[in-house]
Design a protein around this ligand. Structure first.
Ligand SMILES: *Cc1c(COP(=O)(O)O)cnc(C)c1O
Length: 424
């Protein structure tokens, strides 16, 4: 399988290169050059998640050296349950939050980490391998957990000091070993700027191999197709109907995976992108013109994105007409997020996280049936928002309990690359 840049189809790489480079040399994003044929009939009879993942992803890896390891990588990445739970009104919820950091990003991060370890073992660069990641929420935790104790790879997580929740901070600082967390005196943009400076710094290039683990990396997007594929077949088997997915969206990486699963021919009827008050994607759906906007802060903060990176992949795949034939966008204000959480137990028998609440609200606006609400995180991660609304404590899942028990280790720094450099 070849991957080409969204900006120039002559820029083409294989799977390994796409993972190592993260972004194409012309600044575009990698997309599959063509779509493989999958035996969906056979896949619908595969019940083991890791086997199912292996069959879906094999044509996308398509490189001798890595294919022999793919079965193991899938087994490691898909080692927690991803249940499709039926609710009332021909609606189900796909719970993506049973991984180590209780959010869907665990799936992509674990697959990427598994691939990276095998790739770096096969092609040692002689340099130090560092995953450098700036985070304002869930990404850093998922990446830290996924790369924890992976040999010959160090992880440096930068987060804005005092600007993330206590539990989110714990998920960044509880690791140790090959994972270091840095509390930066500044905001998320300062963290991001330090990462960007490091990546282009000439002095580092000779000694350090930086690995990008952000949500534009194909190694995170491709495995996310698997749960949409699996859930759509499962739903169809049970209801003899095609489901639509409603997906809480920010940078659009998770929803893009659903679109790609549809493209592969899995039984997906339509897709709703539930966004928060950040409206650039909604504006595109309405007008056909796409323009990034300044980011607005909301209760669903992992979706606070004014200029979603993966929009470039959508625009590469679809014109406006084609986009609208498959995708609908619903923007949800904070008051409606609060209402959906407040009413969740009464209306659906569920406690929703603020992100999932956008999808629930969007579901409630739809007259049609057969919807799968995608639950992107566990509500206990956002207890300071959720508990006052549901008026009781939210039970903490075991994965999170384990992390909360560990001691924190954090290095405080001013936003200055020269200070961070000492830790490389
Ligand atoms: C990252 C995140 C999202 C947004 O996913 P994108 O792939 O950026 O669209 C939604 N919900 C939660 C809980 C997240 O952590």
């Amino acid at each position: 399988m070849k991957y080409v840049s969204t900006r120039d189809s002559k820029v083409s790489v294989n799977f390994t290169q796409a993972l190592l480079e993260g972004i194409a040399s012309d600044g575009g994003l990698f997309v599959p050059e063509s779509w493989p044929w999958l035996d969906i009939e056979k896949l619908s009879k595969t019940e083991n998640y890791a086997d199912f993942a292996f069959q879906c992803l094999l044509p996308f890896v398509g490189e001798e050296a890595l294919t022999s390891k793919l079965q193991d990588i899938c087994r490691e990445a898909f080692d927690f349950t991803i249940p499709l739970v039926p609710l009332k009104s021909q609606t189900a919820v796909l719970e993506l939050f049973h991984g180590p950091t209780c959010a869907f990003k665990d799936v992509g991060a674990r697959f990427l980490a598994g691939c990276m370890q095998k790739i770096l073992g096969q092609y040692p660069s002689g340099k130090k391998n560092i995953v450098l990641v700036a985070t304002s929420g869930d990404t850093g935790g998922a990446v830290a957990a996924a790369f924890y104790k992976k040999a010959n790879i160090e992880v440096k997580v930068l987060f804005p000091a005092r600007k993330i929740s206590a539990r989110q901070e714990k998920q960044l600082t509880a690791w140790g070993e090959n994972v270091q967390a840095f509390a930066i005196e500044g905001n998320f943009d300062d963290c991001q700027a330090m990462v960007k400076q490091a990546l282009v710094h000439q002095e580092f290039k000779t000694q350090i191999n930086f690995i990008s683990a952000n949500s534009i990396n194909l190694g995170r997007i491709l495995p996310q197709m698997v749960y949409y594929a699996f859930a759509s077949l499962q739903y169809q088997k049970q209801s003899h109907k095609l489901p639509g997915f409603i997906i809480p969206s920010g940078n659009l990486g998770n929803s893009l995976a659903a679109v790609w699963a549809w493209k592969l021919g899995f039984p997906i009827r339509e897709i709703i992108l539930a966004t928060n008050a950040n409206k650039s994607v909604l504006n595109y759906a309405t007008t056909g013109n796409y323009k990034g906007l300044p980011t607005v802060s909301t209760l669903a903060n992992a979706m606070d994105v004014g200029h979603p990176s993966n929009m470039e992949r959508y625009l590469n795949l679809f014109n406006h007409e084609q986009f609208k034939n498959l995708v609908k966008v619903v923007s949800v204000e904070d008051v409606d997020i609060e209402n959906a959480i407040r009413q969740g137990e009464k209306d659906w028998g569920q406690i929703w996280c603020p992100h999932t609440a956008t999808a629930v609200w969007a579901r409630e606006q739809e007259a049609s049936s057969h919807w799968i609400i995608v639950a992107t995180a566990h509500p206990a991660k956002f207890e300071s928002i959720v508990e006052p609304l549901v008026k009781h404590e939210v039970a903490i899942p075991n994965e999170l309990k384990e992390i909360l028990k560990k001691p924190s280790q954090v290095i405080h720094l001013k936003p200055d690359l020269a200070l961070l450099k000492k830790y490389f």
